[in-house]
Design a protein around this ligand. Structure first.
Ligand code: CTP
Length: 445
């Protein structure tokens, strides 16, 4: 049997892909098709793919031409695959002529004619564009607009802020429209990014959903579980995408860390500990007790992600220990008890500490250096140091482009949409904030 292998991204599957697969199949009796994973594409700097790996695999499968589909996830994998699967021919489109000659040492290399006049890039340019309106024009919104330019099929077109002067300055800076009312903003866009102060999130998200807009809301999402439930219910009833923006959860290093740990590389997870402290001026709105200011509301959403992802949301209890000043927590340590594990985090606006994360297991531990919430690197460490492994990933720009890409994909291909922070996790986060605000097991220092 003559085995042929070919690789591609196969984004927005088109006639050129089909022709290539057909030609490749004709070179032998058995065709293996390698489809790139989303992370591998991100690593290669391909931020623009519209379909996720499951959609792209399905498209290849639907041709009926592939006898076997494999995923391509690392550089250098082609040599391994050719040897592992006993491949006779490596085939690829003529746009790659010469590039894969190094594989001739392992099998025959054939460059097949490329279909003229069509490519995924062309099709991506023809796709509808998600038009985003921004509510709130502070520092995170100022990072969001440039980051959105790195993502395909999305455009930030307008902004709204109750302070019209600030709104105008923001819009001038980014050459977008300034909406003087919320209604005007809604008329101009199909999706909303809520980047206003935390205490206004519930209200704005609700209004946006009622107006039929998809919503990406900054963290912390809301401060009551019942509010989170209501907003998700509203989005589901209207068939809209509601996503919470939490850059850490969408970044390649963090995503891979979670799947590695879930697969048992450090044994059973017994403790998760993470800190986020960002010294802040006491006059800042972030320190205003009347507006949900304080360390818990500002920073707790970050460590809650690894805790819930690694240990689940069914903890038995939480205790909070807070160093207070002017009714605001300058620093809070929270301790979660699970059936067979413990988790804790430290967050601070008025106290500084090391911002790393350590996940301890029965066979080893994961160490993510500060600032772990925007890391591109982590280590898995064992008793026998020779077994330690370091992992490196891209963390492009401000890191917001990953969540924007997921939001846009969710809107454009709802069939496969899943948010990297689930509804269950977001409800649990709102509940933690609610417990804290309700002084449940809160010990003030
Ligand atoms: N291909 C082809 N004819 C086209 C487009 C792609 O034969 N018009 C081939 C490529 O040469 C490759 C395979 O299809 O062997 C998968 O290519 P991929 O990079 O996934 O598709 P493109 O449309 O080239 O994507 P992009 O525009 O993102 O580069």
């Amino acid at each position: 049997m003559r085995k042929v292998i070919t690789y591609g991204t196969y984004d927005l599957f088109h006639q050129g892909h089909y022709n290539l697969l057909k030609r490749a199949k004709a070179l032998g009796d058995y065709l293996i098709v390698g489809v790139t994973t989303d992370n591998f594409d991100l690593e290669r700097g391909k931020m623009s793919t519209c379909n996720n790996v499951m959609e792209r695999i399905d498209a290849v499968k639907a041709t009926g031409l592939a006898d076997q589909i494999i995923i391509e996830e690392y550089k250098g994998q082609k040599i391994d695959d050719i040897q592992k699967y006993g491949v006779d021919v490596f085939a690829i489109g003529s746009d790659w002529v010469g590039y894969f000659d190094y594989l001739k040492e392992y099998c025959e290399v054939v460059y097949l004619p490329r279909t003229e006049g069509i490519s995924s890039t062309m099709l991506r340019q023809e796709r509808p564009t998600v038009r985003i309106g921004v509510i709130g024009t502070g520092s995170i919104a100022s990072r969001f607009v440039p980051e959105s330019k790195c993502v395909n099929s999305v455009e930030v077109v307008a902004a709204f802020n109750t302070n019209l002067q600030e709104c105008k300055a923001f819009c001038d800076k980014f050459a977008i429209e300034c909406a003087d009312t919320l209604e005007t903003l809604f008329e101009k866009v199909d999706s909303i990014y809520v980047a206003s102060p935390h205490y206004t999130h519930y209200d704005y998200v609700k209004k946006a959903l009622l107006a039929g807009k998809n919503v990406l809301c900054e963290s912390p999402f809301v401060f009551r579980k019942e509010h989170a439930e209501e907003l998700y219910g509203l989005a589901e009833a209207k068939g809209l995408v509601l996503m919470v923006a939490l850059k850490t959860a969408f970044c390649p290093a963090f995503c891979h860390l979670v799947s590695l740990l879930k697969s048992g590389v450090i044994g059973d997870i017994v403790e998760v500990n993470a800190s986020v402290t960002t010294l802040t001026d006491e006059t800042s709105e972030k320190m205003d007790s009347k507006r949900y200011g304080g360390s818990m509301s500002e920073n707790a959403c970050f460590p809650l992600v690894p805790i819930f992802k690694l240990l689940g949301t069914d903890y038995k209890n939480i205790n909070f220990y807070s160093k207070m000043k002017n009714d605001v927590d300058l620093y809070t340590k929270a301790v979660f008890r699970y059936d067979s594990a413990v988790a804790s985090f430290q967050v601070g606006l008025g106290v500084k500490t090391e911002g790393n994360m350590v996940v301890s297991g029965t066979k080893g531990y994961a160490y993510v250096p500060a600032p772990w919430w925007k890391t591109d690197y982590f280590e898995i460490r064992f008793e026998d140091q020779n077994k330690n492994k370091k992992y490196f990933y891209p963390f492009a720009g401000e890191g917001l482009r990953y969540e924007i890409k997921d939001f846009v994909s969710g809107i454009l291909s709802k069939d496969y949409f899943f948010s990297k922070v689930s509804k269950k996790e977001n409800l649990a986060m709102a509940e933690v904030q609610e417990k804290y605000i309700g002084n449940k097991n809160l010990f003030r220092l």
